[in-house]
Write a new protein. Structure first.
Length: 248
């Protein structure tokens, strides 16, 4: 069941999302070679705590951290570690959210670590742009799969693989709500979007195959061929007009 949010609920979510967006902006200046993925998570958690909010991810399904910190071929759900040191040329995805008064936010960015290859920068840029191609259809009256179709069309035109095993989703009192939002699909299909829906739209792309596997820790998902992956996500409100990107 897709839950339509009231103006009051969206106001609360706007506060949570503002903090999440601020954290992700600050990470672009914070992340550097030599730090660990644990350091990145500690930065995120301290910021959420500063605003007296709760880290949405910590404890969710048993996940042990405030942020998923995924490096290079890791698509999602990287577990922060004091042993995982970021190196010059890596790319790192941080997926996180703050919860305020019981309402969640969710967003992700992929960052270069120091100077990266042209190929690495390209997947970061294409993934981000694919989000903006998709969000153009996050409007009342459009169909759900218009979003995924636009993401897929652009990403594949740039030679990227579109991850199929994981999707975007609704968000609200729960981190994951209906509907699931694939990053691929046929235009003109799916439920009709309505004002008050709140969606976490999150293209996940790969330089090679879209096929993936889960590591032995039962959380971290990696590309099957070991090639780089990137992720870009915002919490988005469907309005009567332009979509509102709460975490941007």
């Amino acid at each position: 069941m897709i839950i339509i949010k009231s103006d009051r609920e969206i106001d609360i979510m706007r506060e949570a999302a503002k903090v999440t967006g601020e954290i992700l902006r600050e990470l672009s200046d914070y992340i550097e070679p030599g730090m660990t993925t644990h350091d990145v998570n500690a930065f995120v958690e301290s910021k959420i705590d500063h605003y007296k909010m709760k880290p949405t991810f910590k404890g969710y399904g048993g996940f042990p951290a405030a942020a998923c910190v995924s490096v290079n071929e890791e698509i999602i759900h990287g577990i922060p570690s004091r042993k995982r040191v970021l190196k010059e040329g890596d790319i790192v995805t941080v997926d996180t959210g703050a919860t305020y008064k019981g309402y969640a936010s969710d967003a992700a960015r992929t960052y270069p670590v120091g100077n990266v290859s042209e190929e690495a920068q390209r997947i970061i840029d294409v993934t981000k742009e694919s989000f903006f191609r998709g969000v153009e259809y996050a409007r009342a009256g459009c169909r759900l799969h218009d979003i995924g179709h636009a993401i897929q069309e652009y990403a594949e035109s740039e030679g990227m693989g579109v991850i199929r095993d994981y999707t975007g989703h609704g968000v609200g009192r729960n981190l994951h709500e209906d509907p699931a939002i694939p990053n691929y699909g046929q235009a003109g299909t799916g439920v009709k979007l309505k004002k008050g829906m709140v969606l976490a739209i999150e293209p996940m792309l790969a330089l090679g195959t879209y096929e993936c596997r889960t590591l032995a820790n039962e959380w971290t998902v990696v590309t099957l061929d070991g090639k780089l992956s990137a992720h870009y996500e915002n919490t988005v409100v469907i309005t009567d007009g332009e979509p509102e990107l709460l975490t941007l």
